[in-house]
Design a protein around this ligand. Sequence first.
Ligand SMILES: NC(=O)c1ccc[n+]([C@@H]2O[C@H](COP(=O)([O-])OP(=O)(O)OC[C@H]3O[C@@H](n4cnc5c(N)ncnc54)[C@H](OP(=O)(O)O)[C@@H]3O)[C@@H](O)[C@H]2O)c1
Length: 211
Amino acid sequence: MLHRTAEVRRGGTIVVLGANGGVGSTLVQLARHAGITVIGTASARHHDTVRALGATPVDYRDPELYATIRALAPEGVDAVFDHVAGPGLNESWRLLRAGGTLVAYGNASTKEDEGGNFWPTIRLFSRLALWNYLPNGKGAHFYNLWAGRRFTIAAFRAKQREDLTAVLRLLGEGVITPQVAATMPLSATADALTLAESRTVAGKVVIIPDA
Ligand SMILES: NC(=O)c1ccc[n+]([C@@H]2O[C@H](COP(=O)([O-])OP(=O)(O)OC[C@H]3O[C@@H](n4cnc5c(N)ncnc54)[C@H](OP(=O)(O)O)[C@@H]3O)[C@@H](O)[C@H]2O)c1
């Protein structure tokens, strides 16, 4: 998302929604390693964690959220990584400078909606497609880790191998650290899922085999 889709360069500034989450915390660390300034949204309880990862935390429940981000990046940002979608997607788009890129990769805000996720997903894709036609130099993309696996399997595998090798090498070198909120035994899977879905954790809940 950071290097292939948004192609953010050293010295750039990005916004990562859910910077305390599994994807978000990894994205923050990869960006900081690449010399990119990061503004990360998270609930206030996770601000110390987000700050420790090297990002400037902002509270996504604050009504002044977008004004606060604009004050931090008055000329707009190079990319926004948004897995929340819904009405806030318009705001993500508006945060971009000319030439910036919106990378949507989920729709957390509508996944519990009655009637399922089909129409919210269609609306999301339509909005991204429409925005790409506007003559303002900005780009809007949906990133899907699994894209291409059906029709171009060899290219898909080569890309995954290259990207995951790069990420795992940085992990081995200690450049990035996985954020593990809790480690729980397989026999406590229900509790582990309850905790993971509680929206109180920073990082992932890991389930390990029973001793
Ligand atoms: N497209 C792809 O290829 C791909 C691949 C993997 C994952 N995903 C998507 O990426 C998203 C993140 O995955 P993850 O594993 O990082 O999840 P995670 O560890 O549970 O983290 C989710 C993060 O999003 C925040 N969040 C959740 N709902 C929100 C809302 N309505 N408004 C604002 N912030 C919200 C959470 O904040 P709190 O902690 O404050 O609740 C948390 O920081 C998921 O939606 C997943 O479906 C997409």
